[in-house]
Write a protein that binds this ligand. Sequence first.
Ligand SMILES: Nc1ncnc2c1ncn2[C@@H]1O[C@H](COP(=O)(O)OP(=O)(O)OP(=O)(O)O)[C@@H](O)[C@H]1O
Length: 958
Amino acid sequence: MYNDQFAVGRSEDIMKPSQARYLSLRLTTVAHTYLSKEMFILGLNKIKMDSLDDEQLNDCFNNYEKTMLISDEKNNSTNKSKSNEVNPKSEHLEILFKKFGHKSFRELQWKIINSILSHKKDNLAVMTTGYGKSLCYQFPAVYSGSITIVISPLISLMEDQVLYLNTANISACLLGTAQKNHSHTIKEIFEKKYLLVYITPEFCSGEYGYDILKSINEKLDVVLIAVDEAHCLSSWGHDFRTSYRKLGLLKDIFPNIPILAVTATATARVKSDIVKVLRLKNPQISNSGFDRPNLYYEINLKGDDVFVDLKQLMVHTEGKWAFNGPTIIYCIRRKDTEEICQILRNHQIECVQYHAGMSLSSRKDAHEQFVKDKISIVVATIAFGMGIDKPDIRNVIHYGCSNSIEGYYQEVGRAGRDGNSSKCVTYYDNQDFQLHEFLARQSGQQGNKSDKITAMKEFLSTVNCRRQYILSYFEENFSENTATQKNCCDNCLKRYKNPTIMYEELDFSGKYNYTEDARKFLLAVQALKESFGIGMYILFLKGSYSSKINDHVRNSPNFGIGKNKSTDWWKAIGYYLEVKKYLRKIHSKKGTFNYCIFGISKEGNSFLENSDAKIIDFPTAEITRMLKKKPIKTSTWVNNTDCRTLNGNKKSLKQDDQKTLDQDIPLKEEVLKIYNLLLNCRRGLASSLNIMPYMIAPNTVLMSIAKNLPRNLKELQDLKIDGFTEAQISKFGPQFLKTVCDNVPKEMSTKSIKEILEQHPINNVKWGISSRTTYTQFVNNKTISDIAKERNLAESTVTNHILTAMKYGYPIKISQLGVTSNARNIIMQAINKLHNSLASPGNILLKPVKDICPSEITYDQIKAVCTYLEIRAHLNRLKILYEEFEDFNYSDICLQSKEPELMKEENSDEMLCAVVDEFEKQLQEDIELVDANNQITQEERPVKRMKQEDSLLDSPPR
Ligand SMILES: Nc1ncnc2c1ncn2[C@@H]1O[C@H](COP(=O)(O)OP(=O)(O)OP(=O)(O)O)[C@@H](O)[C@H]1O
């Protein structure tokens, strides 16, 4: 049986796995040498793909992909020599900026677009949520003036895109089997009125649709066929649609037009399915990776009170609790969505409910209220899924865990599509797993789903970086060197706060010794002949009098060996042993009743047999909760390892990481005020035009306007704000400008530090010719050592010149002076330790600071930090609103004392908090002193350090 549809399940008529494996590997070898990817996949089909197990199939693809990668790299390096072809030309960038509002292409976007426009190549692109897949198929149409046909699974998604494109003056239409005005739209398509034609897969495969598409191909110029959410065509994907399966006919209709298949997630099996079903010819396969550095992952056990749990993520403002931005709360069951909605409403919190049991019109209504910013919380089952194009969702909360990492990744992927920091918080308990397992048994897909649930358990209980866990789960070539950051997940945040000194039972590296507990548990399993579920083993360990335990078992020498620990403790140990595969799960069936029992795995047996074997590992979340806390000495000098160096690999921040950190910077009250007014203005515009607010302008655009306060169209255009197209500026710019002009009195504008320091110079700053020369060279990209050599000066003299320039108001980034955030923290802690203050650092002696810092901290780094502190103190005393240096606040990230978790947890990063508190206190005292001298009342005084605004779009995940 040569199977055409290799992804249809396992055939009975199979060859032996070893045979299949041999063949597949052989084929891989042959493929490396002779075959295109398409041929390779077809070849694999012929050796009865369904006879391979997952591992074998993955091996095949991994081998193949590795070879492809190597040959791709080779090709790339040869291609790069013809570099004219590789880089976008000015005409591409012009269209990109005018029509889409972006200044440059993201790396894969251009690679794909170029291959379509220049080489008519088929493409399969796996790009993480928010990467910018749509540009890949929209740009070729706009650039070439020819049609792109886009096939997408959801009408609502297509409607949104059509609306958005039309708002941006890009002509687009939608054709679906259920659409009215068909004939009129079709007539307009043939009149060449549209560049983008969105169609449903059903329309495409119907007879009528087929004919229309055929004549489009014959009569019009088509540049590309795009298949969005392409994973839907694979039954191995998580959203299989039968209508997608028929999309192979696209190659019959458009034999010479390139196809681009895009999706956010695809395993090797799904990718092969896509290539096969769509009959892609020697496709270029691109993968953006799965990293979402702007997402913060946090996992908690459910508490006794839902509202108390949710409150942890809210802020209290104007007498009400609220999340800091649009929020989705996912529940496993419909009835949970009802309950949680009710709980929120009882606390006067507005929310809408969404699940598949609601009528279509109520679902549509709920969806609309959420995406149109009328209501900011939706409590939903996972039915609220694909098609949510809202870019500014700040929180995705799971009240009840997902049943797979794939599902979790998709669900949390809805957060932060605009690239801004967003939180993904899960509350779970063991009943969630039981529920998922029950549902898996009901669906008859127990084996596959059960493995996925186990992986989810591992993710929930891991004590390592969760971001790295996700990446290692999806990425075959994942390297543990992927940079983490202190705010990428709860585990990293905890590690950042140094957990090793927080619990008595942990060793210095924060690990727990599981050996004794694991041995006891496995002995219980052995005593009960590996025939029961976890509950029964716990009864044995606890020496229970339950009638379920018979006398024979009761007489076992190990009966009751776990009496001294609680049932919850043993449950947690049981789950740990399951996740770590010391226990093996056995699915059984009695009549129609499906159940699971646990036996001892090979690893479990070898552990039991070797009395010297030890299990020392990080504690799971459940275990951590039950550990005894240990008081922390407040005077401890915590030289925290920056989380980025977790694996001992110091890595510089990636651009996106930097972006996440930059968003942590608190904003001035005036900026927030204008920003909120602009949000209102946008809401009004959206409602009158009946479109989504983000189609008018993304939040980031409004924030940029609020920060820069343009007063006329030219000033607005000159800002060249990313994501604000020419069409949007001309349509909506005037309204935003009016909002700015009506609300910002001219004299209230903030001043640059340079302006302020010119009028109010810092005492004794001499801005001589030598300093000026150095500064000019420095801004012309010469390094400190280059300048020193060229001018025959000591490097420290050059650094002094640059610091003088800073005191004179010239914006210089502290990072340009070689001061990393870690070094800065260490120096600030040292200064605070010696001077009990950071607010008046004028008289700091450098040597004592140097003496208590690690040896790698240099005098020049200390001088730089002192200069920053000196300028800040000076500005704060003047009490004039100022625009920050580009990364002036960067040196202040650790001074955000308003981190809820940092403040909430006992024994938290005490040293840092002490620094923060001291700094704030001193600052307040200084201000009060000046106030008293100048007789200025509190009300008159402009606020310098701004409060974290509740509705702030950029508020950092903590
Ligand atoms: N080259 C670019 N430069 C800057 N921003 C970009 C660029 N390309 C896309 N974006 C922005 O990225 C965001 C996400 O784009 P898009 O909706 O196309 O992503 P996506 O990959 O389709 O995500 P999803 O899987 O969530 O639908 C949008 O706000 C878009 O404006």
